[in-house]
Design a protein around this ligand. Structure first.
Ligand code: ATP
Ligand code: MG
Length: 658
């Protein structure tokens, strides 16, 4: 942890003695640092680690916080509970699985599994189950579970009931259940509530402005009126309105915790004056604000650059060249500037493609955070289906995917009969395969499939981790199918390479003593989906994914009317939320910020003319510089020199504070 002195207000928050506390402050004012320091201080004051629970917004943030605390507290930090709401929910569901009519190895359904569960419910109810319908219903079910809509609609309630039942029968929960089921448990079971209250005697929440109404229910259940609650947040950074996050929670706190102490932090330690001034003047255009002051203590720095490019390809190329130029200029061995000091942000994840191509052309190492999900790839999903089935024989959805990959000549009719048999006997599909009374013309293949899974389960339980994994690839004929079906050698190698990556993680997990079930849970919880190390690489991510992070150099691309603010937000009158999103993007930058738009962009396959985003015009123009192409190279040189100077100063500052 940095040894920089806390300012007076930060100190008050860190050393606040008991009782509910709200730290309400703008970006880069040290809110996350307050949480981390406060935890460290509690432990140093001999509060048992097991009585501290901290909730962060992403797994990545949790990991970072834990690492910082490890540096400060050593082994003691291992026992701290630092995770996301969902991870905490999973821990609660697992520990009290019995009370929820589940077993401890409960599976978590997301995406594809949720869809097929809902589909089978719909077809049982003789309701249309086309893809659109399923997507629409899933999102309504989610809103229903999150308390965003009321169940006036009888049909929707009926669907929910059957869907919940199906999940229960499959020993599964979905993402929303991870929040909703613990609420039921904590609300209805005194013992469970007492247990978790003791584990959350100090309960801390980062990025509070984006917690949802149901998540707030948790807070209420876990922390009594005068309990030790610490929440930090910034109303201007609330960007998940569509997911049920409510700034209102900030006001509710005041009502539900009357002794609430409110501390505001007004010093910004992250960004230069220009960046801060641009961000502040932008966000001041919002009317729904609590209002805050934020002062920079880094000096004005360089103006915020605004770029115009003819199209997204050239925009991407320009970003890549600029990064390269700056990196080279700063690469004097002293400044410590590295690729990972650069970050490219975009509104929608598909925009990564163009940037990615440019990075490749320029041979710049890059890392896409939360992008094209590794785990969504077909080969990974296929193997995971087998692994899930091996870990949980009752996972009917995993069964459905596994039995179809590779094709085993078992058709819908045979599967239908199997389903009927399973239902009649009240057992899962895999158990039905293993049942000796199962008799029909495909029974032999089904028995074989059942035996295969049983054999693999034995391997995973009693064999070596690597051998078990290889057996899963081989005995299922998955590897053979991948090689046979790939368009060419290169594609086959790429797919196998992905599976080998999974293999490596599994072996690492097993070496630490983990079993298959906990491995699958870890995988599910890697919200950013990629566990590899982004250091030494330029970071590419969506603005949503950048919350809480900071970089020396930030480029925001596609800042056009209709892109950012996004068209849908214009239509639905969510401009203020888009503006907050822009504010989040801009405040990630420490020293240099570039906002970029293009004149033409393809939309729905059609080339369309674009106008610069209103968010480029709203900030105080005295700290913005609209740079055109011609002056660019001249400017680049000058800025690269400034950049070097800034980096050196930064380094000196860091050394001085050590
Ligand atoms: N008192 C301080 N002196 C020097 N640097 C500080 C101080 N407090 C915080 N910082 C630094 O300022 C930066 C921003 O801090 P932090 O990430 O905690 O802010 P935040 O309020 O959580 O921002 P965000 O709203 O974006 O999540 C970090 O690099 C942090 O180390
Ligand atoms: Mg933060």
């Amino acid at each position: 942890m940095s040894s920089n002195q806390l300012n007076e207000e930060q100190y008050r928050a860190v050393h606040h003695r008991g009782g509910p506390l709200l730290v309400l402050a703008g970006a880069g004012s040290g809110k996350t640092r307050v949480i981390t320091e406060r935890i460290a201080t509690l432990v140093e004051r001999d509060v048992p680690e097991d009585a501290i629970t901290a909730v962060t917004f992403t797994n990545k943030a949790a990991k970072e916080m834990r690492e910082r605390l490890q540096m400060r507290l050593g082994k003691k930090a291992d026992k701290l509970r630092i995770c996301t709401f969902h991870a905490l929910g999973l821990a609660i569901v697992r520990e009290h699985a019995k009370l929820l009519n589940r077993r401890a190895n409960v599976s978590v359904f997301a995406g594809a599994e949720q869809k097929s569960a809902l589909k089978s419910v719909l077809s049982d109810m003789k309701l249309p189950a086309d893809a659109d319908q399923v997507d629409r219903l899933l999102s309504r079910l989610s809103s229903l579970k999150n308390g965003l809509i009321e169940a006036h609609d009888n049909q929707l309630s009926a669907i929910r009931e059957r869907y919940d039942q199906l999940l229960e029968r499959m020993n599964a929960v979905d993402f929303d259940d991870l929040i909703v089921l613990p609420i039921t448990l904590l609300g209805e079971n005194d013992e469970v509530r007492a247990l978790w209250r003791s584990r959350a005697r100090h309960f801390l929440v980062d990025e509070y402005q984006d917690s949802s109404r149901v998540q707030y229910e948790w807070v209420r259940l876990l922390v009594p009126e005068k309990g030790n609650l610490t929440v930090v947040g910034d109303d201007d950074q609330s960007i998940y309105g569509w997911r049920g996050a409510e700034v209102k929670n900030l006001f509710l706190l005041d009502r539900d915790y009357p002794t609430l102490t409110v501390i505001k932090l007004e010093e910004n330690y992250r960004s230069t004056g220009s960046i801060l001034e641009a961000s502040n003047s932008l966000i001041s255009k919002n009317s729904e604000r609590l209002g805050k002051t934020l002062r920079s203590n880094l000096g004005m720095g360089k103006p915020v650059r605004v770029w115009e490019s003819p199209n997204p390809e050239e925009e991407a190329q320009r970003v890549a060249s600029d990064i390269k130029g700056r990196r080279m200029a700063a690469d004097d061995g002293k400044s410590g500037s590295n690729w990972d000091h650069f970050c490219v942000l975009y509104r929608a994840s598909y925009q990564a493609r163009e940037i990615e191509l440019a990075m490749r052309r320029e041979k710049i190492p890059y890392h896409i955070t939360g992008g094209l999900s590794f785990f969504d790839r077909a080969e990974i999903q296929d193997l995971l289906a087998y692994l899930r089935l091996i870990a949980n024989f009752d996972d009917d959805l995993a069964f459905m995917r596994a039995i179809a990959r590779p094709r085993r000549g078992i058709g819908d009719v045979a599967l239908g009969e199997l389903g009927l048999f399973a239902m009649a006997h009240g057992i899962s599909l895999l158990s039905a395969c293993l049942h000796e009374e199962l008799e029909h013309k495909r029974a032999h293949s089904l028995h074989e499939f059942g035996d295969l899974i049983v054999a693999l389960e034995f391997q995973f339980k009693h064999g070596e981790a690597d051998e078990a994994f290889d057996a899963a690839l081989d005995m299922t004929h998955l590897e053979a199918a991948i090689r046979a079906e790939a368009e060419d050698e290169e594609k086959a190698e790429m797919r196998m390479g992905n599976l080998m990556e999974l293999r490596r993680w599994w072996i690492m997990h097993a070496e630490k003593g983990g079993d298959l079930a906990s491995f699958l849970q870890d995988i599910f919880l890697m919200a950013d989906k990629k566990d590899d190390d982004p250091s030494g690489q330029v970071r590419l991510m969506t603005v949503h994914g950048s919350k809480g992070l900071e970089f020396d150099n930030v480029y925001v691309v596609g800042v056009e009317d209709g892109m950012f603010p996004h068209q849908s937000a214009l239509e639905e009158n969510r401009m203020e939320e888009e503006r907050r999103l822009m504010y989040v993007a801009m405040t990630r930058a420490r020293y240099f910020l570039t906002l970029s738009y293009t004149r033409v962009r393809k939309r729905f396959g059609q080339k369309e003319k674009c106008a610069p985003s209103p968010f480029l015009k709203e900030p105080d123009q005295s700290v913005m510089r609209w740079v055109d192409r011609d002056t660019d190279s001249e400017e680049a040189k000058e800025e690269a020199e400034d950049f070097m100077a800034a980096m050196r100063k930064n380094l000196e500052r860091m050394q001085a504070s050590r």
